[in-house]
Design a protein around this ligand. Structure first.
Ligand SMILES: Cc1cc2nc3c(=O)[nH]c(=O)nc-3n(C[C@H](O)[C@H](O)[C@H](O)COP(=O)(O)OP(=O)(O)OC[C@H]3O[C@@H](n4cnc5c(N)ncnc54)[C@H](O)[C@@H]3O)c2cc1C
Length: 499
């Protein structure tokens, strides 16, 4: 056979490609061995806090593995121009700390974070075709609502008091779920009123365990008063803890998802793409939604337990928008002439926009940015997720309609005419498990779940850390910190405040 130069070249290229393709798996680097005293899986607030506290006593014996390129998990700040270094940022997850959250405030002081406490202004609410500034203005729209018997308090607080302190509280476990408990205590009208006045709807729409939710409510009711915002966003906590953990010698691996965890001898073996890790102790600082992606006997033995199965994640959407100018800055409650009259939050049952937050803290306000949608209503979250995959233009058009419905000619706020421009940029964030509760039929209390998470495999040095395992502080980063603190105090001999 007489082959031309070109065809010989071609055959060599094909044979070469074939050999390379088939030999590649053999040539791929096998995972590097790594030895750690404590392996922490997950670099959100809970996992990173654990590493940061262990750093001074164990240094490089602590390894932390985070699947994303950035630490922080549900603490995630983004900027208008992602490529611009040091550009101002805004949170698409956690944003603020309340006055009573001393664990987080103490941590902020320890890390030297600067906090802003803006004057919080007016809330605008829309339900049953009415728009008003106060929840009392809606009472007449709910015929059959129990008449409050305490003139010193408002209707919403009074209804919650009936749920929390009424004689049936002790029997809450006999009701199939929180919804039926609420309807039994304050009637259908009371249920509808509480649902519509709340900014968060999942609490009334998911099948939640009544005693667990009431225990959470007791603590949630104390979350109060002045809200603080870290300058530069909540990721200041993450940067501060990361810097100190690294300085203490902690080995932090980003972009390194753990795929499998096995018991091996007296210790554990973890696998990631690059490493085969041997560890004596484990801290699993990932929420339950991460478990289906973890192979091995350790996650399997935890996931089959009832306390684990009782935890339910609430799906949440936040949609952040940057604008050419602050079209909202003149919207106010005419009854409040001072700066407190400015509208900073609005919520509605009339559209999937649901809850709008307008940053008042200077470092965020200068960005002309709003959280235009904040939603945990199951159907709406699914809707935003689908729409965002299909067309961002439609997402923007629907938000435009929702915002117009709330702010334009609503009959109460001034100016009457509010024209909403086109946003410069829209970011849709779906949190598959934004926060956690216990599902109806749970057999453990919140306190029992927290105790179980300290040692879910009895006698083994494995702990679960995170907000998901500290239901009384559901939806707040102090849940993650408190969960971490209880593990550090119990298993690592620390004596931290704030458990
Ligand atoms: C929309 C929203 C608003 C909120 N607002 C506030 C607020 O204003 N104030 C406040 O205090 N709190 C707020 N929170 C709650 C707070 O953000 C969380 O409670 C807290 O950040 C949870 O931390 P965590 O460590 O428990 O979990 P996560 O943050 O979920 O961390 C888990 C980490 O594990 C990583 N991971 C998962 N699988 C693997 C794997 N296989 N290998 C390695 N790593 C893995 C994840 O990538 C993630 O980084 C808000 C939450 C949401 C969703």
């Amino acid at each position: 056979m007489n082959l031309t130069h070109a065809s010989r070249h071609w055959i060599l290229a094909v044979v070469g490609t074939f050999i390379l393709a088939h030999a590649a798996p053999l040539l791929a680097k096998s995972p590097e061995p790594l030895v750690c005293e404590v392996a922490i899986v997950g670099g959100g607030a809970g996992g990173l806090h654990t590493a940061f506290r262990l750093g001074p006593i164990l240094g490089s014996k602590v390894c932390l593995f985070e699947k994303e390129e950035e630490l922080g998990g549900r603490i995630h700040d983004i900027s208008y121009d992602n490529d611009a270094k040091d550009a101002p940022r805004i949170g698409v997850g956690a944003r603020r700390i309340m006055e009573t959250q001393t664990v987080v405030l103490d941590l902020a002081a320890e890390l030297g974070l600067q906090l802003e406490t803006p004057v919080v202004s007016a809330d605008l609410i829309q339900a049953r075709g009415r728009t008003a500034f106060g929840k009392e203005d809606f009472v007449s729209l709910y015929p059959g609502l129990p008449v409050k018997q305490d003139p010193s308090t408002d209707t919403e607080t009074w209804l919650y008091d009936q749920l929390r302190h009424g004689p049936e509280r002790g029997n809450a476990g006999l009701y199939p779920d929180f919804r039926s408990y609420v309807s039994a205590i304050v009637g259908k009208a009371g249920f509808d009123y509480l649902h519509d006045m709340s900014r968060f709807r999942a609490d009334f729409e998911y099948d939640l365990d009544a005693p667990s939710y009431l225990d959470y409510l007791d603590e949630e009711w104390d979350v109060c008063c002045v809200a603080s915002y870290p300058v530069g966003g909540m990721s200041g906590f993450i940067r501060g803890m990361e810097e100190r953990a690294r300085a203490a010698g902690v080995r932090i691996f980003k972009g390194e998802a753990i795929h499998g965890i096995h018991r091996k001898g007296q210790g554990y073996q973890l696998q990631s793409a690059r490493y085969k890790v041997a560890a004596n102790k484990l801290v699993l600082a990932v929420p339950p939604s991460a478990f289906p992606h973890l192979r091995g006997d350790v996650p399997a033995r935890i996931a089959k337990q009832k306390p684990f199965q009782d935890i339910v994640g609430v799906k949440v959407a936040t949609i952040t928008q940057w604008w050419p100018y602050a079209w909202w800055k003149d919207i106010r409650n005419p009854a409040q002439p001072d700066e407190k009259g400015q509208v900073w939050r609005a919520w509605t049952t009339e559209s999937c926009v649901n809850f709008i937050e307008i940053p008042m803290e200077a470092s965020a306000a200068v960005q002309n940015v709003t959280r235009s949608v904040y939603d945990d209503d199951q159907r709406c979250v699914e809707h935003w997720e689908k729409l965002a995959k299909h067309s961002m233009k439609q997402v923007e058009a629907e938000i435009h309609e929702g915002l117009t419905q709330i702010f334009h000619q609503n009959g109460v706020s001034l100016p009457e005419n509010v024209v909403i421009p086109r946003p410069l940029k829209t970011h849709v964030q779906i949190w598959p498990a934004g926060w956690h509760f216990l599902r109806a039929g749970a057999t453990n209390s919140n306190a029992e779940i927290a105790a179980w998470s300290l040692e879910p495999l009895p006698g083994e040095p494995v702990s679960l850390v995170g907000e998901a395992y500290f239901i009384n502080r559901s939806g707040w980063s102090d849940g993650a910190y408190k969960s971490s603190i209880q593990v550090l105090n119990r298993h690592y001999g620390l004596q931290l405040k704030g458990q």
